[in-house]
Write a protein that binds this ligand. Structure first.
Ligand SMILES: Nc1ncnc2c1ncn2[C@@H]1O[C@H](COP(=O)(O)OP(=O)(O)O)[C@@H](O)[C@H]1O
Ligand SMILES: [Mg+2]
Length: 273
């Protein structure tokens, strides 16, 4: 069992960004991907999530979850296979509360119901929400149980209950958006999760809370990929493996200590040629 990325080459427009990336993420491990600005980290995250703007170049490229190749799957199907998709921009959706959105996303990801197969994007979650009534069945938990679970998980992240009732068209601070992203991961219980710069814009207390949540995901057997260019979050969520991405290639992979090397000497030694 693992998330395997094999010979992944990706282009954006005319430009090749990722060159032959191969990685294996086992359940219950934390992998950090570090690299300078513009090295292709977000491109990797987007390609894993199935963003159609990112074109897979090499026919040999594979993304496998437990040996099933999902490279041709859309984001919704990937989510159903257990890959975590973060909210792209939670502020853009009017009239839906955080709690309702999370409930709907949960139902859509966990449901075996064919009707909702293609609905796990945020827009779809909103649409599905408006068409769901009390009779809409919840695949795993009752509404009551779901709310209890949500409140408990929000508490762990220091998210107040009022926040769950807020509408998504209200303004969220950078830090709140990041916590919301983490709350979504804790609620959806993915097999594999990728966080792209979840540490950006967090003060040190929030950073520790988010790092603790990453550790908790790991303990439940989730394979976690933490993309960052600073090592500060890695002090609190210790990675089992660190990979350095420079100019679209993985130029070094090692244990957690590699993050300290980066802290001391930056990416120079890998960027020179
Ligand atoms: N819309 C775009 N069109 C063309 N090139 C882009 C676009 N967005 C980003 N890039 C380029 O893709 C490369 C990788 O970007 P990105 O994956 O965002 O890097 P990182 O997340 O490591 O900072 C950079 O060289 C960047 O300039
Ligand atoms: Mg980026």
């Amino acid at each position: 069992m693992s998330l395997k990325i094999k010979n992944l080459s990706v282009s954006l427009g005319e430009k090749q960004i990722l060159k032959d990336i191969s990685l294996e993420i086992k359940p219950g491990t934390i992998h950090a991907i570090m690299g300078p600005n513009g090295s292709g980290k977000s491109t990797l995250a987007q390609a894993l999530m199935g963003n159609p703007n990112y074109k897979i170049q090499n026919p040999k490229s594979k993304i496998q979850i437990n040996n099933k190749n999902i490279i041709n799957y859309g984001p919704d199907e990937r989510a159903r296979e257990g890959l975590f998709l973060a909210f792209q921009n939670p502020t853009a959706i009017p009239g839906v509360s955080v709690a309702n959105l999370l409930k709907t996303a949960y139902q859509l990801v966990k449901s075996k119901n064919k009707e909702s197969r293609h609905k796990v994007g945020i827009r779809d979650a909103v649409n599905a929400h408006s068409s769901q009534t009390a009779s809409g069945h919840n695949p795993a938990l009752s509404v009551w149980q779901f709310n209890e679970m949500l409140v408990e998980k929000a508490k762990k992240l220091g998210i107040p209950q009022e926040f769950l009732r807020r509408s998504l068209n209200e303004a969220f601070s950078g830090g709140e958006k990041k916590k919301l992203e983490m709350l979504q991961a804790l609620v959806l219980e993915p097999k594999y999760a990728i966080f792209d710069e979840i540490d950006t814009g967090l003060d040190v207390d929030a950073l520790k809370i988010v790092a603790k949540a990453i550790d908790e995901l790991k303990k439940t057997g989730c394979g976690v990929v933490v993309i960052t260019h600073y090592q500060r979050i890695l002090k609190f969520a210790k990675p089992d493996f660190v990979h350095i991405l420079v100019k679209g290639k993985i130029v070094a992979s090692d244990g957690g200590k590699l993050a300290q090397t980066v802290e001391k000497s930056g990416y120079k030694k890998w960027s020179e040629n």
